[in-house]
Design a protein around this ligand. Structure first.
Ligand SMILES: [Zn+2]
Length: 115
């Protein structure tokens, strides 16, 4: 896993707190109230954009999958509508890709698993 360098680094204990609180699942909720079910590629998202307070706090952090974290970052910079659609497509693409990998793993790596 890549970790951000410099002061953007979030201490492990805070990361763990956020993961536990958010049940290790993306916290993005769409307009109809459905929470994103992504549990892979999770990143910590700052509710208040980084730099304002300059401190890492579990209260200011939430779990987002890669796609929704990128989406939130876009929002911080003021773009909105167009990106939502494009982003949800990317999200689905990632999910499909992950499922393919999982299927491949469970199928191919079981050589010595069975007796
Ligand atoms: Zn998500």
């Amino acid at each position: 896993m890549k970790q951000p360098q410099r002061s953007r680094h979030i201490p492990a204990r805070i990361r763990r707190r956020v993961f536990e609180r958010d049940k290790a699942q993306c916290t993005f909720v769409d307009e109809s109230g459905c929470r994103c079910r992504e549990v892979d590629r999770l990143e910590l998202h700052h509710l208040n954009p980084f730099g304002r307070a300059g401190q890492h706090h579990a209260d200011n952090l939430t779990l987002r999958c890669q796609a929704h974290n990128a989406f939130a970052a876009e929002q911080d910079f003021g773009r909105e509508q167009i990106f939502v659609k494009r982003n949800s497509m990317r999200h689905e693409a990632q999910r499909a890709q992950r499922e393919t990998v999982l299927r491949w793993r469970s199928g191919e790596s079981g050589e010595s698993g069975e007796t």
